[in-house]
Design a protein around this ligand. Structure first.
Ligand code: HEC
Length: 142
């Protein structure tokens, strides 16, 4: 008798759990539409990406700062002296270089100079961005 009572109790418990989970699903039209919606959205030109509002999906407009480019492309060599690069802020290493004048430094940075690669590996850097980067790299040395 006791065992039967327990089994009945357990069965009731399991049944009620099953029914709770099946009714827990939201069957409203909105909830269904959300569940079957495609994972990604495509925004055509001019459309507003409402789902991602506040997230800047585009490249920042305008030129990048010299500091940003330096930290992305030049830092590998000019912070460490790799390949014999003059280290940023090392006045002795830079003295004979800045003596050539800013135009020559910019020309060498843009066109390449011995082990210094053209545009310091920043292939898509504009001339203005190169100028800003060389200025940042040699700041305080003139
Ligand atoms: C792969 C390493 C490397 C990277 C990356 C690099 N440089 Fe250089 N850079 C050098 C080396 C090596 C020299 C020294 C070349 C020499 O005098 O023979 C140099 C020299 C220079 C000079 C001095 C040129 C002169 O006439 O004395 C400038 C200015 C310069 N780099 C700017 C930059 C800028 C700006 C970037 C990033 C956009 C950059 N470099 C990225 C290796 C690098």
């Amino acid at each position: 008798m006791y065992l039967i009572k327990r089994i009945t109790l357990l069965t009731t418990l399991v049944m009620s759990l099953v029914s709770v989970t099946s009714f827990a699903q939201d069957l409203s039209e909105g909830a269904i539409a959300e569940r079957i919606a495609p994972v990604g959205d495509v925004y055509l030109n001019g459309e507003i990406a409402t789902a991602n509002q506040g997230t800047d999906l585009s490249e920042p407009a305008g030129p990048r700062s010299g500091e940003k480019i330096y930290n992305t492309y030049c830092v590998a060599c000019h912070a460490t002296g790799a390949a014999g690069a003059p280290v940023k802020g090392d006045a002795d290493a830079w003295q004979p270089r800045v003596a050539q004048g800013p135009e020559t430094l910019l020309k060498h940075a843009t066109e390449g100079f011995n082990a210094m690669p053209a545009r310091g590996t920043c292939a898509d850097c504009s001339d203005d961005e190169m100028a800003a980067t060389v200025e940042f790299l040699t700041k305080g040395l003139y």
